[in-house]
Design a protein around this ligand. Structure first.
Ligand SMILES: [Zn+2]
Length: 416
């Protein structure tokens, strides 16, 4: 199973927008850009919404059938580890092995020394094609990187081999993710991480490092843009070099997590993809759920009432909803309107406050982030929420498709 050059991770909390999401990729294909869909949902999301991984498979299969999508598509067991992978094995064919929690765990001394010895030939000046400056690699550097990452990559190896023992070799796509770690990884660290991945025999097709800057859920990138641009270019160069050097899968590419809505880094990403003729997996952050809220608000009537109720409850249960996501949101509480004010909003005011249009005066990134983590409230509404999704399917679908196509596919993947 060989993942295509461009792939798009479409998370869908309530599993009702598969067709609307796929529509955006069909539109891209019509315009000459071929991107395959990957429906991703993490253990955490399933747990909060009370869905099971098989539901994501049903959603994907149904959307593909309904729209007659003849190309490849995938179901991603997102951010899984050894303790929860079994729930996903049957229904998934893409596995994001999350080993960020194992960074800096102590490694067996013999393993450590063996790995370090194998990196000996890189001590000295390391030139990587596509990167202007040379890296000076000293033994202490390799030791430090090994201490930091070897245990985590060995853990990824264990998860990989467990999946392989059930599904069989080459029957699934493997991603290794370290994006939820505390510190970003440097290109040199990425190089030796890839060396360790190859040593473990993991046929990784995507790798999700942590980049510099903040990748908050559903809002724009916050950070040093020139530094990100340099880092992104260098990471691609490192991957291309590592593929040859370590005999990794030739289609290995970067995966960007919480990649939706990072509008300010899309131009440099697009430039880099074209410059290196590189592939990309762009994993979105479940913002389709926000388009559902926008669609409900625009529908008016009981749709708008539900959208307001979600805000009201999210506002009063702020801590409970925000704490699990504390590392990936930055909300200025003082800029959140009171539920009484929101109660007075009309359709357009609600939709424009939430929709990620930075040129719109009403857009409020605090409201957007709060509602982003507020999907638990909608899930507690049960049938009432789901019935509204069905009743207002048309207006919701328009917003879902437009968001993916206009605000994501066009600025990242479309040739200028
Ligand atoms: Zn992630």
């Amino acid at each position: 199973m060989v993942l295509e050059k461009y792939s798009f991770g479409i998370g869908d909390r309530f599993a009702h927008q598969g067709r609307a999401q796929l529509d955006a990729l069909i539109n891209a294909k019509k315009h000459g850009v071929f991107i395959v869909p990957v429906w991703n949902k993490s253990y955490r999301e399933h747990n909060i919404i009370k869905t099971v991984p098989a539901d994501t498979r049903v959603e994907a299969d149904e959307a593909v059938k309904a729209l007659d999508w003849q190309d490849a598509y995938y179901v991603d067991a997102d951010h899984i580890g050894l303790k929860n992978v079994d729930d996903f094995i049957e229904s998934s064919d893409f596995f994001t092995l999350d080993v960020a929690d194992f960074i800096s765990e102590p490694t067996d001394e013999q393993d450590l020394q063996e790995f370090i010895r194998k990196q000996n030939k890189y001590i000295g000046t390391l030139d990587i094609p596509g990167i202007e400056e040379s890296f000076q690699i000293v033994p202490e550097m390799v030791q430090e990187i090994a201490h930091k990452f070897l245990y985590a990559i060995k853990e990824a190896g264990k998860i990989y081999r467990h999946i392989e023992s059930v599904k069989g070799k080459d029957n699934f796509v493997t991603e290794v993710s370290v994006d939820e770690s505390n510190e970003p990884q440097t290109p040199v660290e990425l190089f030796f991480i890839l060396s360790a991945i190859a040593e473990e025999g993991i046929p990784a097709q995507t790798i999700a490092p942590k980049f510099n800057g903040r990748f908050n859920k559903g809002v724009d990138y916050v950070g040093d843009l020139p530094q990100f641009t340099k880092e992104f270019d260098e990471d691609i160069a490192v991957i291309n070099f590592a593929i040859k050097e370590f005999s990794l899968p030739p289609n290995l590419k970067l995966s960007i997590h919480s990649g939706s809505d990072k509008f300010s880094i899309y131009p440099p990403i697009k430039k880099a993809l074209q410059k290196f003729d590189a592939g990309l997996h762009l994993k979105t952050a479940g913002t389709t759920w926000l388009e559902e809220l926008i669609g409900l608000a625009l529908a008016g009537g009981d749709g708008l009432a539900i959208a307001k109720e979600v805000y009201k409850n999210a506002h009063s249960r702020y801590d409970e909803l925000c704490i699990p996501y504390a590392a990936v949101i930055d909300i200025d509480k003082s800029k959140l309107p009171s539920p009484e004010i929101v109660d007075g909003w009309d359709e357009q005011t609600y939709a424009s406050t939430l929709r990620h249009d930075q040129k719109c005066e009403l857009y409020n990134l605090n409201v957007r982030q709060l509602l982003h983590v507020g999907y638990k409230i909608a899930s507690e509404m049960g049938d009432r929420f789901i019935d509204a999704l069905i009743k207002y399917e048309k207006v919701i679908a328009e917003n879902v498709t437009e968001n993916i196509y206009d605000r994501h596919i066009k600025p990242v993947f479309m040739k200028d």
